[in-house]
Design a protein around this ligand. Sequence first.
Ligand code: KG4
Ligand code: ZN
Length: 334
Amino acid sequence: MIILGIESSCDDTSAAILIGNEIRANIIAGQAVHEGFGGVVPELASRAHQENIIPVVQTALQTAQISISDLDAIAFTQGPGLMGSLTVGTSFAKALALALKIPLVGVHHMKAHILAHFISDASDTTPSFPFLCLTVSGGHTQIVQVNDALDMQVIGSTIDDAAGEAFDKAAKMLGLPYPGGPLIDQLAPLGNPNAFEFAKPQIAGLDFSFSGLKTSILYALQAAEKQEPDFRQIHLHDLCASIQKSIVQILIAKLEKAVKQTRIQNVAIAGGVSANSELRKRLLEKREVGWKVSIPKMSYCTDNAAMIAMAGSFYLNAGHQVGQESAADPRLKW
Ligand code: KG4
Ligand code: ZN
């Protein structure tokens, strides 16, 4: 079975070719057009997807050394995401499936982040069911109990900002460009993670909150700058290290609680923030206390079409398909 995956939920246009559970191509076109705006501009994102989608698919076919007539099915991101962005991928996938007379599958973006773990080269430890997945991206932060590829239950989620958003907003306060998460990760090893202490959220159960941390960072910066006007620049590395430590501590503390509560020690991470080196390190340490940890390789952490094709393969095997009446859904339900 040869599946073409299409991802266009936010600001990356991606196409991938999956054969069995092996990825033969995973092409991603980013969008530099948003630099300088401090975030993704939806209208500019849809325009860039329009320009990129055909060259990206053509490159994926060439890289996989197959022709378009070899495709057996098409999987596309149906939601959640930005309406204009999703519509480009959805319309393209529908048109191509119609022309080639092959099955079409609509995929949930966050579920696909989780199912990326089943790509043959995703990690050295493929998770076994049931497992817990900390799904952390720019728009979502959840702990998902994955009983089976098609049976997932959200057992905790953020009540305000997502973890990626917390990284990006903190980075913005430090004067770093968007998206600041990867930059904080790069600069943190140069600083002292214990230099600054920020407020810790007190949220019951398995839910997360990052808004208190954000306010605490802002107040700390404002107070320090009264004494030392160039505080942010002078202490940039210590601030990055301390902020990263705080965010990762919040994530790990809830995971520990979830493991205790569910008695499931198979733990995976997924989504853009799972690329964070501190999170990966702290999670790997948990192997010492008996957790079976699955960490995807970097190219499957941030948005990519390989995960969409992989999720599509699970859905197709279970007999799930969508018709030409299907539409992009920015708030696609879990
Ligand atoms: O999954 P993703 O690529 O897109 C969404 O579906 O949102 O996640 C993007 C988010 C951004 O907030 C970005 O700053 C964050 O993931 N991110 C990171 C790192 N790489 C990406 N955050 C911290 N450390 C990283 N290395
Ligand atoms: Zn994502």
